[in-house]
Ligand binder design. Structure first.
Ligand code: HEM
Length: 456
């Protein structure tokens, strides 16, 4: 895309370099997170990289973010990079659909995420957590990311699809990692060469997708055969009809279900894995959390009614998502030229809003590398600029599951931390990696011990 517009500063990448990089096996490629951070350090919070004849903007400024995600939201679509990576998996589900069709589907799914409805999921969330931790062994190291992934998967299946996936949760968690790796391989602006090459990961992706699709088909067909309205998201999707009285096609239903199934568990699991890693590294925060839990709950399981009395629990989750926002950023493509101050985002360019960078900007978060949940106390949170902290995005395409996720994360944290202390296995590296979500690269290996209640 040739342009005569005035562009913000940024690097120029040679095409051969990008092509070469995309041929490298994913795990050996330069870490995309490093690119994002370096771009910010060198060029600031509005940068433009030229990649061949394409323009790639990186933004980490709250006001510009507001303009893109809210003020001019209707002038942007999800970008082609995200589409190429995810469409083979989630199809035209809520995450990737656009325009009037997206609006209709969002309206359809929204009632399943209303506050009143979400509150009714609280008991299931606590029960599933209790069931999971009942099987934990106190002398055996385990990967708490893997545990949280299975737990979040069971919760999303039970609450939104009234399905029990206990038997397949471990298997599905592994399959999801395969899908994320393959999707990451498709990230990039010029992947034609890569697309043509046969590769083991592509074969594994097709097999993983077939297996997950089979599971979802089973859930859907059982419900169709049963015919009862369970009042959950799946019932809403099955009952939906257009003006002519036609229901959703099987393909669309599959796309919506797999989108919620994937988006609805991976991010929450990653949030909790980071929370456990951070707590284990910050005993002073852990002690404050325990004191709150012990004084409010005194050993019993948390309920929805307890949550207003557990502000520190919520602050811990929010601070973990500041340091490691599960979705490191959101990407868009202008469908028309969009003026932003003195610069223009030309139609068809790639725009990446980096929450990871914005959340670590010392202008909004003093001492940004430190884990300080107190930043999110009522008084101090009010001082954070409105669009500087966005783990769930903003504007019309804000995460539909944000209240669901916050409820779930708080209840899981409270239920587990009531009972257990999780200590990191010595010398196990805790490193972020962007595999669609910002995940701990080697998982979070821990040993659980039953903790003594704090005397209050
Ligand atoms: C900590 C947990 C979560 C985080 C950090 C998170 C983050 C996000 C972000 C940043 C977006 C916006 C993407 C964009 O603007 O391009 C998004 C969208 C979405 N999320 Fe989440 N999410 C979480 C949990 C959930 C849950 C629990 C569900 C469902 C049960 C869910 C379903 C979705 C869907 C369907 C969309 C697309 C919405 C649309 O475009 O209308 N997410 N999420």
């Amino acid at each position: 895309m040739a342009t005569d517009y005035k562009l913000p500063p940024g690097p120029i990448f040679r095409l051969w370099f990008i092509r070469l990089m995309q041929l490298m096996p994913f795990r050996t490629r330069p870490e995309p997170l490093l690119f994002t951070v370096k771009t910010f350090q060198e060029y600031g919070s509005f940068a433009c990289a030229r990649v061949g004849n394409r323009l790639f903007f990186q933004i980490s400024d709250p006001e510009l973010t507001h303009q893109i995600l809210v003020t001019h939201a209707d002038k942007f679509h999800k970008d082609d990079v995200l589409n190429r990576a995810l469409r083979p998996v989630t199809g035209n589900g809520l995450l990737l659909s656009e325009g009037d069709f997206w609006r209709k589907q969002r309206k359809l799914a929204q009632p399943a995420f209303h506050h009143k409805r979400i509150e009714s999921y609280a008991t299931a969330m606590v029960e599933e957590t209790q069931r999971a931790i009942a099987a934990w062994q106190t002398d055996q190291p385990f990967d708490v990311l893997f545990e949280m992934t299975q737990l979040a998967l069971k919760i999303v299946a039970r609450t939104l699809f009234s399905a029990d996936v206990s038997d397949s949760a471990a298997r599905v968690s592994q399959l999801v990692t395969v899908l994320l790796e393959a999707a990451n391989n498709r990230i990039g602006i010029f992947t034609t060469l890569y697309d043509l090459l046969p590769s083991a990961i592509k074969r594994r992706e097709r097999a993983a997708l077939r297996e997950i699709d089979a599971l979802l088909r089973q859930i859907i067909s059982r419900r169709r055969a049963d015919g009862t309205d369970r009042g959950d998201l799946l019932s809403m999707l099955l009952a939906a009809t257009d003006e002519d009285g036609n229901g959703m096609t099987d393909q669309q239903l599959r796309d919506e279900v797999i989108t919620i199934f994937l988006a609805g568990h991976e991010t929450t699991a990653v949030t909790l894995a980071w929370t456990w890693a951070l707590l284990a590294q910050h005993p002073e925060v852990e002690a404050k959390l325990w004191a709150e839990l012990d004084s409010v709950l005194g050993g019993r399981a948390p309920t929805l009614a307890d949550l207003p009395n557990l502000p520190y629990t919520e602050m811990v989750i929010k601070e973990a998502m500041r340091l490691y926002p599960p979705a490191g950023g959101v990407s868009r493509m202008p469908i028309t030229d969009v003026q932003l101050g003195e610069y223009v985002l030309p139609k068809g360019s790639n725009v990446f809003i980096s929450m990871y960078v914005m959340h670590r900007d010392p202008r909004y978060f003093p001492e940004p590398e430190r884990f300080i949940p107190e930043r999110f106390s009522k008084e101090r949170e009010a001082e954070i600029p409105r669009y500087a902290y966005l783990p769930f995005g903003a504007g019309p395409r804000i995460c539909i599951g944000n209240s669901f996720a916050m409820l779930e994360a708080r209840l899981i944290l409270a239920t587990v931390a009531q009972r257990f202390k999780l200590a990191l296995v010595k010398d196990h590296p805790i490193l972020p990696e962007q595999l669609f979500t910002i995940r701990p690269k080697y998982g979070v290996k821990v040993v659980a011990s039953v903790r003594e209640p704090v005397l209050v």
